[in-house]
Design a binder for this molecule. Structure first.
Ligand SMILES: *Cc1c(COP(=O)(O)O)cnc(C)c1O
Length: 395
């Protein structure tokens, strides 16, 4: 490990810390499938391993790599982003007050407002891009966790990690950051004062739309972190052996994938903003975006590969913005109509249909997960779909 101390994150990721299997000298780790481990003759488990519901050697390398990339004290991989995120809340105590971003990943928001609330957490939705609103919502002595997602699905609202970690610290609470869309390529929340970083590793960390996985990174190995580890072991929200291997393989190419996708997104956002069929483009890399200044402060080297476009209505042919947006998605061919994000292939989705009642997504909004295809191909496909959506008799 000492030999990797001064290496840049790109080098650490490409070689997955450069670990070599001690037994075989393989440069790619073996996949361990055993669920159980031999006990020593004197009844001890000196290997530290007992049973794979709690832990597995398959996690050593992806967890160590992610902890290095995020500059944390340790990392844990989970069976999904949702199981990683929910563990952060289940490690609290019923009665605790938590502040969470009003606009955030829809399934987590639903879980917080149903299960977590029934279980006893006092969940308060706050516009976490407004520091004064968070300050006003803090209940001294009761607020134990501030949970933000930045950039936040699907409007890409930016919350100020450094300012909120300062507020959390002074209130005796923790700050957890869903950094799925920022990725460690652009943002390292722990350096900015966050206590916990969460990733839906399903997305950019794996990057190939073929693994459901989650991960947490902790700034400190404290009681809270140990409770989270215990919850994973008790519930068995553990990652499978093959999935662990695939996740590590995906992480090796994290930097070139995410940088290419983000450069594509910036280029597309600028062109789509000037397109006559587009009402607005939501992307932190655009100069007039509300969260642009904070994004520029806490995202280095790019603004990510997620953006949303609001499609103009066409009154002449009686088409409203929602119908036009649905028609654009219906007519793309290179962009695949599918949920999820962070893969090498570009995806397009009408979020309001997915989220349903109470969604913050305007009906004319399409969420774009930009991949690593040629940017000109991506733009041409959107342009022809926009042309069809705004043409008479084709809807
Ligand atoms: C996908 C996603 C999650 C949930 O991850 P799963 O692996 O689908 O459980 C959480 N947060 C964000 C921002 C996501 O995109």
């Amino acid at each position: 490990m000492t030999t990797t101390r001064h290496l840049s994150p790109e080098s650490l990721a490409a070689q997955a810390l450069g670990w070599v299997d001690e037994t075989t000298r393989a440069v790619v780790p073996p996949i361990h499938v055993s669920t159980t481990y031999l006990r020593d003759p004197d009844n001890q488990y000196r290997s530290g391993r007992v049973y794979s519901r709690a832990d597995s050697p398959n996690y050593n390398q992806p967890e160590a790599l992610l902890a290095r990339l995020e500059k944390g004290a340790g990392a844990l991989v989970f069976s999904s982003g949702m199981s990683a995120a929910s563990a952060c809340f289940l490690a609290l105590t019923p009665g605790d007050h938590v502040i969470v971003s009003r606009v955030m990943y829809w399934s987590l928001r639903n879980w917080l407002l149903t299960f977590a609330t029934h279980w006893g957490l006092k969940v308060e939705l706050v516009d976490t891009d407004r520091i004064d609103a968070v300050k006003a919502a803090i209940r001294p002595g009761y607020t134990k966790l501030i949970w933000i997602e930045t950039p936040a699905n699907p409007l890409w609202i930016i919350s100020d990690i450094a300012a909120l970690s300062d507020l959390a610290y002074r209130a005796g609470a923790r700050l957890a950051v869903d950094s799925t869309c920022a990725t460690p390529v652009f943002t390292r929340p722990i350096e900015l004062g966050a206590d916990i970083v969460m990733h839906a590793a399903t997305k950019y960390l794996n990057g190939h739309s073929d693994v459901i996985a989650g991960a947490l990174v902790a700034a400190r190995d404290d009681d809270y972190w140990q409770r989270i580890r215990t919850i994973r072991g008790q519930l068995g929200t553990v990652l499978g052996a093959l999935e662990s291997y695939l996740l590590l393989r995906g992480m090796r190419t994290l930097f070139p994938r995410v940088r290419t996708a983000s450069a594509n997104a910036q280029w597309l956002a600028e062109r789509l903003a000037a397109h006559p069929g587009v009402e607005a483009v939501l992307y932190p890399g655009l100069p007039d975006f509300a969260g642009r200044a904070v994004a520029a402060k806490q995202m280095r080297g790019g603004f990510g590969a997620m953006l949303s476009v609001r499609i103009k209505p066409n009154a002449d042919i009686g088409v409203n913005g929602e119908q036009a947006a649905v028609a654009v998605a219906a007519n793309t061919t290179l962009w695949k109509r599918a949920t999820s994000l962070g893969g090498v292939e570009s995806l397009i989705e009408h979020r309001a249909s997915v989220e349903g009642a109470g969604t913050p997504a305007p009906p004319d909004l399409l969420r774009l997960s930009v991949g690593i295809e040629a940017k000109e191909d991506l733009l041409a496909d959107l342009e022809q779909a926009l042309a069809i959506a705004h043409r008479r008799n084709t809807i």
